[in-house]
Design a protein around this ligand. Structure first.
Ligand code: FAD
Length: 402
């Protein structure tokens, strides 16, 4: 990856970008084939890279310094993600992989001092893993008020019963943050609470790993919580704040995922151009064919548009504005653009594009998945229109930012 300081951007942001890029270029990209295989060699390389990341002060950009993170603001983190995501292996090596990163942020915001000591600190040190267990097979994830899992208070314990699936990282996790219905009115507007559940608790039964994109050994788990008892002190934040906590988690996460997607798009674009200039077909380079030039031009436009939208949203958040409409806009636009760009890069490579010799196939399925996870396209489009129309119904005009 070729990188230089962006003129006009604060020096410290440029410094973080350049230091991050050096690690990605020197340590991660050359080792991608080994990292992709796993095993002992990959483990050693991961440990070496993590040590350098920590030494250079780039560990856990999403967390405050007091919890072992970088203590940088939203915008710096967004810019860092773009560079980091040039390799799909980076997030874990910089201590910012999902779902641990989102769980850590929720623990920082809602956790009691004891919860921070017992769950957050080991998580940040890399001594624990976690998962986030919200989506259910028998209710719509797009409509979280329909969730059925309950937690009922019994003395000093919560008793949890429910059926979840797509709980990513479920088998590796030491604890889950489980979204539960805790009020007992029985209506749609009942409030939810997030509760920390150690995965070793009696009654946490992993049914299976749900195969995703044909991977039968993944870690997206279907889990039954059957009379699981945890102390009342495992409740995160005030009773009934589960939805708010989920929004806090997902809102910021969407911006970071989209900046990751921009980084992924640059990588696909880079690969596409290199191949176009080196592959001969029918007596000429691919780069000379107008179909391929169209792929390059359209991809460039997709990336720049996504990048501007994402940075704009990060700026709105950083300056304390209301980012909800922009978050929904980028959550629809960027994964679709990511999917288009990677699709073109795959096409340029032909068969090799879908092989395991390149990161493109994994990026493609990741981009497609992003259009569902964290809120499906349709749900976010509805939110955009609702927010805009509400302003006009109130007799005002949408703030064009002019
Ligand atoms: C790989 C992967 C990892 C995941 N990891 C996690 C995790 O770690 N923890 C977790 O809790 N969840 C996780 N999820 C679940 C994810 O968040 C949900 O799949 C998502 O919220 C959608 O919910 P659903 O699958 O129940 O789809 P549904 O809510 O049933 O929606 C299905 C489709 O209906 C359409 N739709 C919905 N509402 C409307 C509407 N109002 N108007 C028009 N169309 C509509 C959309 O096209 C949508 O895609 C993961 C999912 C995947 C694929």
């Amino acid at each position: 990856m070729q990188i230089s300081p962006i003129p006009g951007l604060a020096d410290d942001i440029n410094e973080i970008r350049l230091k991050t890029a050096a690690i990605v270029n020197e340590e991660i990209i050359p080792n991608e084939p080994v990292l992709g295989q796993g095993g002992e060699d990959a483990h050693k390389i991961r440990e070496r890279i993590r040590a350098r990341v920590r030494r250079e002060g780039l560990w856990a950009p999403h967390l405050p310094k007091e919890y072992g993170g970088m203590g940088i603001g939203f915008l710096k983190h967004a810019y860092m993600n773009e560079v980091m995501a040039f390799s799909p292996f980076s997030a874990r090596l910089f201590g910012v992989e999902a779902p641990n990163a989102g769980n850590a942020k929720i623990l920082v915001k809602y956790g009691s001092p004891e919860q921070k000591r017992d769950w957050l600190e080991p998580l940040v040190r890399g001594e624990m893993e976690s998962c986030f267990s919200m989506t259910e097979p028998n209710s719509s994830g797009s409509d979280p008020r329909s969730l059925k899992t309950t937690a009922v208070r019994d003395g000093n314990e919560w008793v949890i019963n429910g059926h979840k699936w797509f709980t990513s990282n479920g088998r590796r996790a030491d604890f889950a943050i489980v979204m539960c219905r805790t009020e007992d009115e029985g209506g749609r507007n009942d409030k939810m609470t997030q509760i920390i559940v150690p995965m070793k608790s009696e009654g946490v039964n992993i049914v299976r790993s749900v195969p995703v994109w044909g991977h039968t050994h993944g870690d997206h788990c279907e889990i039954k919580y059957e009379n699981v008892r945890v102390p009342i002190t495992n409740q995160l934040g005030e009773r009934g704040t589960g939805h708010k906590a989920a929004q806090d988690r997902l809102g910021a996460g969407r911006v970071f995922h989209c900046m990751n997607a921009v980084g992924g798009m640059w990588r696909a674009f880079d690969l596409m151009n290199r191949r176009a200039l080196s592959r001969e077909v029918f007596g000429g380079k691919l780069a000379e064919k107008q179909f391929i030039q169209g792929f390059i031009a359209e991809s460039y436009m997709d990336i720049q548009t996504s990048r501007l939208l994402t940075i704009h949203t990060a700026n709105v958040i950083e300056s304390g504005g209301d980012p909800r409409t922009d978050i929904s806009a980028l959550k629809v636009y960027v994964p679709n653009a990511y999917q288009r760009v990677v699709d073109r890069a795959i096409q340029v490579y032909g068969g090799m594009g879908v092989s395991g010799d390149l990161p493109l196939a994994g990026m493609f399925t990741g981009a497609r998945t992003l259009r569902i996870a964290d809120g499906a396209d349709e749900v976010h489009k509805i939110l955009i229109a609702r927010n805009v129309l509400r302003v006009y119904k109130e007799g005002r005009t949408w703030d064009f930012g002019l």
